[in-house]
Write a protein that binds this ligand. Sequence first.
Ligand SMILES: Cc1cc2nc3c(=O)[nH]c(=O)nc-3n(C[C@H](O)[C@H](O)[C@H](O)COP(=O)(O)O)c2cc1C
Length: 280
Amino acid sequence: MFLVSGPDLVVEAAKAGIVGAFPTLNARSPQILDAWLADITRRCQGAPGGYAANLILHASNARRDDDLALVVNHRVPWVITSVGSPVAVIERVRAYGGRVLADVATIRHARKAIDAGVDMLVLLTAGAGGNTGWLNPFAFIEEVRGFWNGPLAVAGGITTGRQVRAAQVAGADLAYVGSPFIATHESLAETDYKQALCTAGADDIVLTDAVTGIPANFLAGSLRAQGILQPDGSLLPRGAGDLASWKTAWSAGHGVASIRDVRHVGERVHTLRQEWLAAG
Ligand SMILES: Cc1cc2nc3c(=O)[nH]c(=O)nc-3n(C[C@H](O)[C@H](O)[C@H](O)COP(=O)(O)O)c2cc1C
């Protein structure tokens, strides 16, 4: 999660038995990314879970090639590609035994990612934090399962172990859980952001492309504070904000109502596991 997940969050997730992920851009320079990857690799040794690095492949990402080179150097076990074609990444990551997961929000992109040879699809569905999808998860999973038998993850508003179980029953193998990990002691989010999540519900989440030009979900209060959401309820036009606004426009998915306190990552994972077991 952009500006949220760093080494501590990722390492604690791996220690708790899940896969912790972070976008490479969260490290402010390739030098810092190099240090982060060395640190994460060392601290994750022997952990029951794992870690993933997310490469934003959009042409506007000037660090795309440098960051890929570092990911390859450090042999990152899981590489998530988003906002662009995974083709250039797959061969290089596979060469050292890594696995490539591609975020997709449409059937067309799912097919393209499969044709490119990805190891796993991640279906971004309606209500996800960050750059969201818009398809209904049941419909999306069902249609993709018509042509893909491989590993399938689903993302969007999943905040409890019961929902993870539901995603599996619906046909997915794995679930992404994003927003609940913003409200952890290990996340890089500022305290006010974490606290705002603890009182929010689904009606407080607003979908807009005003911040970065790509549709994303945000807490209404933070959009109001920035003038992106106007007092009359209207939103500024597409891309009127910029990446800097992403820091003060606080993103979260529709599942925020399950987040009522700030916890350690390990506690969150423990609760998810208990809920998942109880729903079995
Ligand atoms: C604050 C925030 C930042 C995010 N940044 C990224 C990102 O940089 N790259 C990415 O692939 N997904 C990003 N996401 C999306 C997550 O990977 C995931 O798909 C999403 O959080 C799942 O929805 P949920 O938050 O409802 O669990 C972000 C999500 C949030 C909440």
